[in-house]
Design a protein around this ligand. Structure first.
Ligand code: GLU
Length: 275
């Protein structure tokens, strides 16, 4: 009796681990049925946001969900992973996620480590300042001033290399961490893409507090990051992005996610062409 119980328990464990292995192995098939891990931002309203009740919203979330569907995965099969700016290349190289849609600009430097599909959005670097601040109207006004941005972002790199090399850059892990400092005046500005800044400015708790300066300091071509060398996946995602534009979904996602913040996006970019 006792022995039978034990062997039944063993059988259960074996069955369970077999099932787990089966699930795991279908992960990579790309043909549906399994789960897919996708990297997004969790703290960027309008782009990639994990809400308090555990939902995921934003333009990148909609684009990624559309692409996943074209690859054979339903929305319920998606496991969202947070991919902070400084960790994106490593997470792709490690296979932590299948692809990344996280305000991820296509750059030559990044292309040494990862590949991109797209672009699917053109944004521009800008500054977010306090609503009553009239002292910052151009990039040079940042020199010797404290400004906040994110480690591993093009925003931080552009400031240091060309836009305002003499500014005192305070690097943090995610843009939302800059907002308190901006409000309590420990920094004069937060710099990153206008698409992201518009989302923060429009948040209920920030209304009337901040404004975008409107400088278009750079071109940021958002791409879908994938593991280097995965040509097959790159082709499939580019096809999905092409379809997303032609069936009206791109426009729908732009209006739904950027409309509330009053962000006027550039027209849909051409796949394979950087601005
Ligand atoms: N698009 C820029 C970048 O890829 C800034 C936004 C971000 O850090 O995600 O670095």
């Amino acid at each position: 009796m006792k022995l039978r119980k034990v062997s039944a328990a063993v059988a259960t464990v074996v069955a369970l681990s077999l099932a787990a292995t089966a699930c795991g192995s279908s992960d990579d098939s790309g043909s549906g049925g399994g789960k897919i891990k996708i990297g997004i931002k969790f703290d960027q309203p309008g782009i990639g946001l994990k809400t308090q009740d555990g939902k995921y919203t934003g333009f990148d979330v909609d684009v990624a969900t559309y692409v996943a569907k074209e690859l054979g995965y339903d929305a319920k099969d998606i496991e969202w992973k947070q991919t902070p700016s400084a960790q994106r290349e490593t997470m792709l190289a490690n296979g932590d996620v299948k692809f990344i849609a996280a305000s991820y600009s296509i750059t030559d430097q990044r292309k040494e480590k990862v590949d991109f599909a797209g672009p699917y959005l053109l944004a521009h670097q800008d500054l977010l300042v306090r609503a009553d601040d009239t002292s910052i109207t151009k990039a040079e006004d940042l020199n010797d001033k404290k400004l906040c941005s994110v480690t591993g972002s093009t925003s931080a790199q552009n400031i240091q290399k060309e836009i305002a090399p003499k500014a005192d850059l305070i690097p943090v892990g995610g843009y939302s961490e800059c907002l308190t400092g901006l409000e309590n005046k420990s920094v004069v500005a937060l710099t990153t893409d206008d698409s992201i800044l518009a989302g923060y400015a429009a948040q209920k708790e920030h209304q009337g507090k901040f404004k975008l300066v409107g400088l278009k300091l750079s071109n940021e071509n958002y791409g879908i990051g994938i593991k280097k060398g995965d040509k097959d996946l790159q082709d499939k995602i580019n096809k999905a992005l092409e379809k997303m534009k032609s069936d009206g979904s791109w426009k729908k996602f732009v209006d739904a996610n950027f409309g509330p913040a009053g962000y006027k996006s550039e027209p849909a970019p051409e796949i394979g062409k950087l601005s």
